[in-house]
Design a protein around this ligand. Structure first.
Ligand SMILES: [Zn+2]
Length: 130
């Protein structure tokens, strides 16, 4: 009883521009990139998803400490700018698996990730997670 589900549909990709990337071992990005993507999302009444890859990963990618910190730092801003929770996704390069989570507000200034149950790819696009 009372089962509910949340679905996030990814419809458009906003890639970083050359000056929005910081490359140092792992590729990073600038706050300007985040803000540009968040503003675009808000303009279209959409939320924001973040995707990055683990080139040597396999299967469902759980959130590691580094990723947790990075996504947590954007969860509140995403909620404020777009009015929707941040969706974080990780792509595993080895077998093209995904991991995904939705960052929900637990308390003022406290956001925690809820792991998605599944990520589905529809029509050759990135797809649909639930
Ligand atoms: Zn990562």
């Amino acid at each position: 009883m009372g089962a509910s589900c949340t679905t996030a549909l990814l419809t458009e990709v906003v890639l970083p521009q050359e000056d929005e990337r910081i490359v140092h071992g792992t590729v990073d990005f600038t706050g300007a990139y985040f803000l540009r993507a968040a503003a675009l999302a808000a303009e279209r009444a959409c939320g924001l998803g973040f995707i990055h890859s683990h080139p040597r990963g396999r299967g469902w990618q759980r959130l590691n400490t580094i990723d947790h910190e990075a996504e947590a730092s954007f969860a509140a801003q995403t909620q404020v700018i777009t009015g929707r929770p941040l969706v974080g996704l990780t792509f595993a390069g080895t077998d093209t698996g995904f991991g995904a989570r939705i960052w929900q507000q637990q308390a003022p200034r406290r956001y925690a990730p809820t792991e998605a149950e599944s990520v589905r790819v529809a029509g050759g696009c990135l797809g649909h997670l639930q």
